[in-house]
Design a protein around this ligand. Structure first.
Ligand SMILES: [Fe+2]
Length: 393
């Protein structure tokens, strides 16, 4: 799949955040070049046949109601362990023929390229994203007019789907709700989405969607809005981690007034610390927290560790960004602490490591000055295994 940028989705980023973000829906026809590369019917066929797929990753919706999982799952046995709800592809296909919408939840858990695709949005919004794919048979109403409590990016990848959108109301509660056509009036956007088209819906934007003559696949990337109340809670959470707030006071009926004075004192301490918070650094920290997606991380540890097994003396090494503490020199050996590992290394190695600036490289054979290249390379290998060095390539 092509790597897409945030600008591919929204066009001019500045304009997007000034005009549309959190305000009104945006339609971008033909925004993405290779939409089937993002998610195709072929890929969905391949995935439905992976024996590991089970609810809630796949669910079916027929005539406006969810189909019970039992209707399309079975038990399969893997190495003696029963997996009681593996989906049965034939039953899913039967439901699709009968007009069911097949909903694929959290596809970013299953597909590395969709993970990168959703991460692009997480990075910009500083918020968690999740991606759901909807496969709708031709001519079936998907869902009636409603709004969702999340910001949505809709990406059409196969077939067509008609979308009607209304501007969000002045007062937004951030909770799901549905509408009757009379409540909504004329839509502000009424469009037949085709592969490559993108829609952005701020949270609580009323919408209704239905497939037309062609079976439709669209991705819906959901961004959970982080309101001020969510951000402030995280700031307070960080401040109250101080041991100062760790006692367990008795606050029942027979408490004495000293406890109440103590409470006032704690509230004042917290208020003073809140006032002292440095806004730029704290907002950066909160944005970084929001980008974190457990179960959705990146990593190449298997590959890099395997590559270390065959480390050559001329391999370019550099320090990782792990924090390293150097102890005192004791009879030619220095205690080094990194990533929870504590090892004693020969003083010349410690000196070399301490002298390495961020990004500076040296050959594996030069990590341990004054010994044969083979031994120095072994040392570099050991330091890389504990995460102190890494291969720069
Ligand atoms: Fe929706």
């Amino acid at each position: 799949m092509t790597d897409y940028s945030f600008a591919d989705l929204v066009g001019d980023e500045k304009e997007f955040f000034a005009e549309y973000f959190n305000k009104k829906p945006l339609l971008r026809k033909n925004a993405l070049k290779d939409p089937r590369g993002i998610l195709s019917l072929r890929r969905l066929d391949e995935m439905v046949q992976l024996e590991i797929i089970r609810p809630p990753y796949l669910r079916a919706n027929l005539k406006g109601a969810g189909v019970p999982d039992k209707g399309f799952t079975q038990t399969v046995t893997v190495q003696g362990t029963d997996l009681t709800d593996a989906i049965v592809p034939e039953k899913v296909y039967e439901l699709f023929r009968a007009g069911a919408t097949i909903v694929w939840s959290s596809l970013n858990h299953l597909d590395a390229s969709l993970r990168s695709f959703t991460r692009v949005i997480s990075d910009r919004f500083g918020a968690k994203t999740d991606c759901v794919a909807f496969l709708t048979p031709a001519g079936k109403q998907g869902f009636s007019p409603h709004h969702d409590p999340v910001d949505l990016f809709i990406v059409q990848t196969e077939g067509t789907k008609r979308w009607r959108l209304w501007n969000p109301a002045e007062q937004r509660a951030g909770e799901a709700a549905s509408y009757t056509p009379e409540q909504l009036g004329e839509p502000v956007i009424d469009v037949l989405l085709e592969p490559g088209d993108v829609l952005y819906l701020p949270y609580d934007t009323p919408h209704a969607a239905a497939a037309e003559e062609l079976a439709s696949v669209h991705l819906s990337i959901m961004v959970r809005p982080r309101m001020w109340k969510d951000l402030l809670k995280q700031t307070v959470d960080e401040l109250v981690r101080d041991p100062e707030f760790n006692r367990f006071p008795y606050i029942g009926e027979s408490r004495d007034s000293a406890t109440e004075d103590l409470f006032t004192e704690k509230v004042r301490t917290l208020a003073a610390r809140l006032t002292a918070v440095e806004p730029a650094a704290e907002l950066d920290r909160l944005a970084q927290l929001g980008r974190r997606m457990p179960g959705n991380s990146t990593g190449t540890t298997f590959q890099t560790t395997a590559r270390l097994d065959a480390l050559e003396p001329d391999a370019p090494m550099r320090r990782t960004d792990a924090v390293v503490e150097f102890g005192a020199n004791q009879e030619g050996r220095v205690q080094v602490t990194v990533n929870g590992h504590r090892i004693a290394v020969p003083a010349p190695v410690a000196e070399t490591l301490a002298g390495l600036t961020a990004g500076q490289q040296l050959a594996a054979a030069d990590v341990f000055p004054g010994v044969p290249a083979e031994r120095a390379t072994k040392t570099a290998q050991g330091l890389a295994r504990i995460g102190l060095l890494e291969v720069a390539a």
